[in-house]
Structure formats: C-alpha cells, structure tokens
Design a protein around this ligand. Sequence first.
Ligand SMILES: *Cc1c(COP(=O)(O)O)cnc(C)c1O
Length: 368
Amino acid sequence: MKGAPRLEIDLAKIHHNVRSLVSRLATVGISVTGVTKAALGSAEIADTFLRGGVAGIGDSRIENIEKMRRAPVAAHMTLLRSPMLSQASGVAMHADVSFNTELDVIAALSAAARKIGRTHGVVLMVELGDLREGIMPGDLEAFVHAVLRLPNIAVKGIGANLACLSGTSPDATNMAELTALADSIDVTCGLTLGIVSGGNSANLEWALDRPDTGRINNLRLGESLLFGREALHRKAIDGLHTDAITLVAEVIESKLKPSLPWGAIAQNAFGETPRARDRGAVSQAILAVGRQDTDPCGLVPPAGIDILGASSDHLIVDTGRRRVSVGDEISFAINYSALLRAMSSPFVSQMFTRQTKPYSLVARPAAE
Ligand SMILES: *Cc1c(COP(=O)(O)O)cnc(C)c1O
C-alpha cells in the first residue's frame, strides 16, 4: 500500500542536481552547504546531498539537526537561523557551527560549549539590505572584537542572506561589499576568515555566470538542489531536474456539476468571497488533500486539469475532458512552499525512489 496523499521523491534526480551544482560552483571556488529545512531534516535527503558532494549540511531548526545526528547522518552541521537564547545548550551540543547576530546569544553558546568542553563555531551574518537577519556593516568590527573575547567560541567566517524578506537581489555590488568586509575584518581583527557565505539559491544567477566571485567561497542551497530552479525568478537551471518531487493525491468524488454555486454567497471557510465564472457544467473532482497538508497555491496540476479551490481537507479540480474515477490518483508538480507544508503534515507520507525503483516508505503517524 502506497497510501495517499504522498510525496514521491526521486533521489536519483536530486543526486544529479547536487552533483551538477557542486561541480559548476567548484569552478568559481564556491562550496555548497546542502540545506535540509524544507525536507524537515530528512536523513535520505541529507545522505543524497552528501553523496552528491556538498561540504556539509545546514538547517534552520536545531530539532532537524538533532534528528539527523540520531539517524545518523555523518556530516558537518550548521544551524542557519540565529539560535534562540533558550536553546543555546542544545545548539552547542548538536551543531558544529551556527549563524549569529546577537552577542548575548554567542555568550550563552560560549558558556554552554565550555560546560561540555567543546568549541562552537560561529558565522556572523551581515545585513546587506534585505532587512532580515544581520549585523549592520558598520558595527561588524566591534562585534568581532567582542566575540573574540569569548572562550570556547571560534569565529569561522561571515555571511549574508538576501532575497528572503524584501527581495533584495544578490548582485556584484552587495557581494563585493561582503568581500570587502571580509578583507577589512581580516586586517583589523588579525584573522583569516575561512568562510564567506554569500547566500542561498537566489545567488545562483550571480554565481554561475561570473569568473570572479571575490572572497565568496560558500553558498547554502536547498531549493535549487531539490527543484532545479534559482530563487530570484524561479527559472529552471540548465541541465537540472525540476520534477524530482511530486505530490500524489487520491480522488474521493467525481461528478458533473454546475460551475456556478447557488444560494446567498458570503465568505468561505477562509474569509474569502470567491467569484465563480459560469462555464456550464464541468467535470469536477475532489482530491483528499487540503490546506492542512500542503500549500494548494504551490501545486501545478497535469495538463488538462485546473485547480478550482481548496479547503482544509479538500482540493477541488476541473478535470476537463479527462474522466477520473473515485480511487484514481493524480500527481502534481509542487513548489518549495507546498513541499515545506507537505513535509510538516503528519497526513502526508513520503516515498523515496531512485527513478522507478522504490527505495523506502516512511510510515506516517495514524490520523487522529
Ligand atoms: C533557508 C535558508 C537557506 C537556503 O535557501 P534556499 O533558497 O532553499 O536555497 C540559506 N540560508 C539561510 C540562512 C536560510 O534560512
């Protein structure tokens, strides 16, 4: 029994994507940290990233890193989101390196690392305009001096993250600013920063057509490895698979229905007032998957099928000329947001394949 809804994840295609990006970025001196957060710290995905040649694994949640350690996934692990002060001891215990912007947090990591006799690595994130995390560039030097006074903490490098909140694009100007900051910190603080991490999948347009990437020697990639797309315009990257992951759902109703609702129309379950267009009678099917399982806006149906709407537990489609029956399965292409939610839903199982051969089936918890 395969079970639906389920994610079908082709590890061979992901492996190909990883190898391809790792080798293309190696030519400009950039290593790849494979980011597993959209896959909820899946050991299968982490292993696939590592076999494809990533330098280490990064995740935004310490819980995912702990899960991978237990699996066990043998890799250098980086926590990408600034640690919560309340989680400092777990971070010092399970992550090799964390990205940081607050001195109080690094002081807590220092105390926690000291208690267990370890050294914790930190990468200091710099604000370059996207206005999410980052130390203001003018404050960086004093910040580094303060961090250098903390025991059991090693300053591994600096980094930046763009295109996440405001859509600020990585470009020659802001990447040159990061290079210049690395150079000046080396001089003023007497260091040699090992890691200069330029960003995420939104940096690929910048990185892939450039002979000189300055001091930038690392990118953290998730979306592009899984979906074969860069993250600024969601353009497919040459030679990569964009269909490694699909979401399969099962039909629970299939009927000819009018396209216009009737009765007094007010808000739906989500506070929206949908406007329907009269297209006569349509072949309408309901799939047993909804907003609790995935992001319906991130689903792309097969040709000839249109998504009409979604509620918590139902996805309603117009199947056009196709006749579908109760029990049929329909496969959707998905985006990052749909994957993130599907991976987090206890109702969606995961089936890993290598092209057509089933690899393993992760059992899903029973529904309440
Ligand atoms: C999620 C995340 C990444 C990876 O982003 P993708 O767009 O999936 O490549 C990189 N860095 C940080 C700080 C992140 O939070």
